[in-house]
Design a protein around this ligand. Structure first.
Ligand code: SF4
Length: 151
């Protein structure tokens, strides 16, 4: 709908996927701990080519870190009914009594796609999410599913 005053509305800041594949332009959101939960970085750490080079050997980067990147919306296999299907799907899998009370101190909350859709309930599940399990091949795996094959 157009603004009757004719004034242009400021563009909404683009939302970030909090479980994105590793790649240049992404940021490191957190580190996967030995117990599989995520420890968040308080500040956004840009992913560089050098960082990706260092991650070439060993388990998939997404099994060791969580990355944030601009939400691809309908270009992502997880997009359904006008939103990301993951936070709702994860909420159905994890009983609330198994989620931590304290919210992670993450660096992207104001821009996070999952927080935007589900508020703090997404944040309580978020530390339990690993983007890709160690040893799982890149193609077709992880929350981006088919869309990863196109990268
Ligand atoms: S769901 Fe919450 S904790 Fe996870 S990245 Fe988004 S804002 Fe941060």
């Amino acid at each position: 709908m157009s603004d009757p005053s004719g004034a242009k509305k400021p563009a909404e800041p683009s939302l970030l996927c909090p479980s994105a594949p590793a790649g240049e332009g992404a940021i490191v959101l957190g580190v996967v701990r030995s117990d599989g939960t995520v420890g968040y970085l308080g500040e956004r750490l840009p992913v560089t080519a050098e960082f990706l080079d260092r991650l070439r050997s060993g388990p998939a980067p997404e099994a060791r870190f969580r990355f944030g990147a601009p939400c691809r919306e309908s270009a992502c296999a997880q997009w359904s009914d006008g939103g990301c299907g993951l936070p709702g799907g994860l909420a159905a899998l994890v009983p609330p009594e198994e989620t931590p009370d304290a919210l992670p101190r993450c660096s992207i909350r104001r821009q996070c796609r999952w927080f935007h859709q589900r508020g703090v309930s997404a944040c309580r599940i978020c530390p339990l999410v690993m983007t890709r399990e160690a040893g799982v091949p890149a193609v077709g795996a992880g929350p981006h599913g088919r869309s990863e094959q196109q990268r």
